[in-house]
Design a protein around this ligand. Structure first.
Ligand SMILES: [Zn+2]
Length: 127
């Protein structure tokens, strides 16, 4: 099922394709479920408004076993904002991306790297 859209700036420069159409709607691709990178498939992660390391350190310094147990039991966790607790996220299934589009992106990235190197050299190898 083609339920995802892939858009890349390089598509707009492909005159042999309907670049205007591609530039606005992208191409139809499928997505597949991937384990969420943010929570590593837990569906939850430590609260982003707290400093996990500082908290663990303070439990250790205070010999606060209750606090530490609460922490290991997820008392300070929040539902993952990335997957919303689903544990998986939709990622583009690159197997369904047409090869012309992959070539297009690859070429674009290569040219970008080349341009950067040229600029780097022009600056006397300094950023
Ligand atoms: Zn997640």
């Amino acid at each position: 099922m083609k339920d995802n859209k892939l858009y890349h700036e390089s598509f707009e420069y492909k005159s042999e394709y309907d670049s205007e159409m591609l530039g606005t709607t992208g191409i139809d691709v499928s997505s597949k479920k991937e384990v969420c990178h943010t929570c590593r498939g837990n569906g939850r992660h430590f609260r982003t408004d707290l400093d996990e390391q500082a908290m663990v350190d303070s439990f250790r310094d205070d010999c606060d076993d209750d606090g530490f147990n609460a922490y290991t039991n997820g008392a300070f966790d929040q539902v993952c904002g990335e997957c919303k607790g689903e544990r998986v996220v939709d990622e583009i299934d690159w197997d369904t991306v047409p090869s012309w589009a992959k070539d297009c992106i690859e070429e674009w990235e290569m040219e970008k790297r080349f341009d950067e190197q040229v600029r780097f050299a022009e600056n006397g190898y300094r950023y």
